[in-house]
Design a protein. Structure first.
Length: 256
């Protein structure tokens, strides 16, 4: 297993991939946070993202916190594992009994339960947690499962955000190149047609999206060669060199 500092470096790099640390509240996360507080009937619920030195509160119910030093947070301990961290009474836990968030005379925290936000690669980038200013009993197995499922819901939203950002960045890069780029699905239908492809072939993305990619081939032989090349790439070949006679709008022949 890699040393802790190397694992932490990888975890922080994974957090950066989501582009969410330091961003303002968003309704999707606020809805999940409010739902969590309602389900568990707690006054406080938070979605936290854990960076190197600080924890960013992406969403919160019942508390006015935006950024907290990592060393003071309970989530710092939660992300060390893969399971829930549940502390029925923080003041009786040696790890937290001296924490100013617990000892504060103005409503110190007493109960904490946090579920890790685990990425598809297995890195824990934050937590969904519930808190109370009164001690509470341990969560039941059903309650533990509910909190885990709500954390998965948060992670699904984060993953959707990451993929949307990646798609936007990829689209911008592909539209900036002078090379024609055509992306197909497993059935060889066109899913993406960049601006350079439009310039080369004369067809707009609207005209070509969902069409079979073989529509650009001039005859059945070249269409078969094109399909075979795509299947070779799908089978693991990094690249395939291929020269085809293709047709542009109006029937004009192009060698590609």
């Amino acid at each position: 297993m890699a040393p802790w500092h190397e694992l932490e470096r990888q975890r922080l790099r994974e957090l950066d991939q989501y582009g969410v640390f330091g961003t303002p509240p968003e309704s999707d996360y606020d809805h999940i946070c409010r739902l969590t507080a309602d389900i568990f009937e707690v006054p406080i619920a938070m979605i936290n993202l854990v960076a190197r030195d600080t924890v960013w509160v992406k969403s919160r119910i019942g508390v006015d916190l935006q950024e907290v030093p990592r060393e003071l947070t309970f989530c710092h301990h939660t992300i060390q594992g893969r399971d829930l961290l549940v502390v029925p009474d923080l003041i009786n836990d040696q790890r937290f009994c001296g924490n100013p968030l617990v000892t504060s005379p103005e409503g110190g925290l007493r109960f904490y339960a946090g579920a890790p936000l685990s990425t598809p690669k297995g890195y824990v980038i934050g937590t969904l947690c519930i808190l109370d200013r009164q001690p509470r009993a341990h969560l039941s197995p059903k309650e533990r499962e509910r909190l885990k499922n709500l954390a998965v819901l948060v992670m699904d939203r984060l993953e959707k955000r990451r993929l949307e950002q990646l798609e936007l960045m990829t689209s911008s890069l592909m539209n900036a190149t002078s090379d024609g780029i055509i992306i197909t699905d497993a059935a060889h239908n066109i899913r993406y047609w960049n601006h350079a492809a439009e310039t080369i072939f004369g067809f707009t993305p609207e005209e070509m999206t969902e069409k079979p990619v073989t529509a650009i081939a001039t005859d059945q032989k070249d269409a078969a060669l094109l399909v075979q090349a795509l299947e070779d790439v799908a089978d693991g070949h990094r690249s395939v060199s291929l020269t085809l006679a293709t047709r542009a709008k109006g029937g004009r022949a192009i060698s590609t």
